[in-house]
Design a protein around this ligand. Sequence first.
Ligand SMILES: Nc1ncnc2c1ncn2[C@@H]1O[C@H](COP(=O)(O)OP(=O)(O)OP(=O)(O)O)[C@@H](O)[C@H]1O
Length: 592
Amino acid sequence: MQIAEILVHTPSLPETAAIAKAIALLCGSDTGLLPVTDAAGRLTGVLTTQRLLAALQNGQPWDGPVRPLIDTDPPTLAADADPQSLAPQDLPALVVDNAGAPIGVVTLTTYAAFLHRHNSELQNRCTVAQRELGEVKLLNKELEAIIDSSYDGIWITDGNGVILNINKASERISGRPAKTYIGRNMKELVDKGLLDQSTTLLVMEKRERVTINQTIKTANGDTMVVLATGNPVFDDTGNLYRIVTNTRDISELVRLRDRLYKEQELSLRYMAELVQLRKLQSKSADLIYRGSDMQRIVELSSRVADVDSTILITGESGTGKEMIARLIHQLGRGDKKPFIAIDCGAIPDQLLESELFGYEGGAFTGAKKEGKPGMFELAHTGTLFLDEVAELPLALQAKLLRVLQSKEVLRVGGTRPIPVDARIITATNKDLARMLMEKRFREDLYYRLMVVPIHTPPLRERREDIPPLVYHFVDAFNRHHNFSKTIAPEVMDRLVAYDWPGNVRELKNVVERMMVMSGAPRVTTDDLPAFIQPKRPLPKVGSRLKEAVAETETYLLKETYKEHKSWQKVAQVLGVDYTTVYRKVAKYHLTV
Ligand SMILES: Nc1ncnc2c1ncn2[C@@H]1O[C@H](COP(=O)(O)OP(=O)(O)OP(=O)(O)O)[C@@H](O)[C@H]1O
């Protein structure tokens, strides 16, 4: 509101004017005040009705000058003054513009009118404000209801982190009533350990929305993890006014997530085991067994496949030591890496060293000019299988030990050590412990080799493996020779009952021999080699000598022929003439 609105425009009176002119002007105006100006129109003072009346009562003539009656220091108001700052005792007051020229008068009446109008406005505004206040109250109630009905916790703080309000969910989550928190600063809650960190404080620092995982200490001492998102609210001038934080109880989610992780971990472990089992199954497909002894060996092989410890496999000849070594190699270093097998017993001593460790060019007479790598070098990154390790001469045992310890080989005639990374698996069918006592095998090497000992039991101690082995070999030879032969059950009985000094290798050979030699599609006991044949009872006591001789001769001739398929050979084996054999075949009507 401006003063102009309550201003009454009044004509000015020149200071040279006569009293009568002043009376005429004052009568035409209800202001009771006349501004008086000089010749240039500048204010020189005011003439009030009271002063004029007093002068006339004192005998001033009507045509006398107004100048002596002028109040030269009248109250004046600036044109932009606030009407509310006026005091009634100062009225009427003259209003001047910026240049000091009079522009009008504010009278008591106009001021009273202004006050009246202003009061009604205020009253109106008050009514509106009251109505708005009611609405605000309702809105507040509505807001409170919304906040309280939220399942998530809601925390409201001022711009300094002082808690103004928390909702019911926050009380539920923390287990503490709102009054515990209201009025306290978030920093204090963090310092006291009620919260591990505060979104509010982070929002105050960053002045932007912040989301964190927050741990709340509940009233009963438990901890609870919540997902907290703090939102800044700025006022019109950009100051942080409020921080509203939403907290979601994610303990259950965290529990579920942890459970999921655990289950995932478990299924990964199962998966790894499955992969290992599948690998084992495919790699060990050629290794036939039914019994638990071999099962244990296969499991152990799978466990040690990935570590590099030296392995010593002991067991009688033909029990499958090399097969186990190959299995460990395949499961560990893998098919793509070299598997070098060397039978230490089959190579003459003088050649063994250069075979194993290689030689430099010109190392000895007959050596290749460019030299030759040894088995250790060839097995680099793969596996070196030293079969019949007990056959190593003592000097080479020492050299082997050095290589095992240094992981470097020195070729024969060489001076430059060559690093080798080969897994060493050794095997023997000898009693190494006894050889140690007899000083034929180095004790230090023995312990170095048998970091992981594996013993393959003889076939006679795991007879349950014989039937599957026989079927496996029958199958393999049928495929190899394009046969479709079968084995009679009695044959299987005999094979299972036999002691197999040559173990699986011997069994394999016997099966092949029977299948190749039998003319019929079914292998019968007649096809069994003599040493596996059921023991024939001696001729009965009381039988006639002639018959007993005939029976024995027939048996010997038939069996020997079965073995050698030549009567000439039979004559040789039985140590008689060919003609004798021929005569007896005719005599006993032998058909084979
Ligand atoms: N469990 C088995 N399943 C299938 N074949 C087998 C099994 N065990 C051994 N063999 C077969 O028997 C023969 C001898 O096996 P291997 O050479 O592994 O025995 P070894 O104990 O290393 O013999 P040696 O001591 O004489 O070197 C091989 O032909 C092999 O295929």
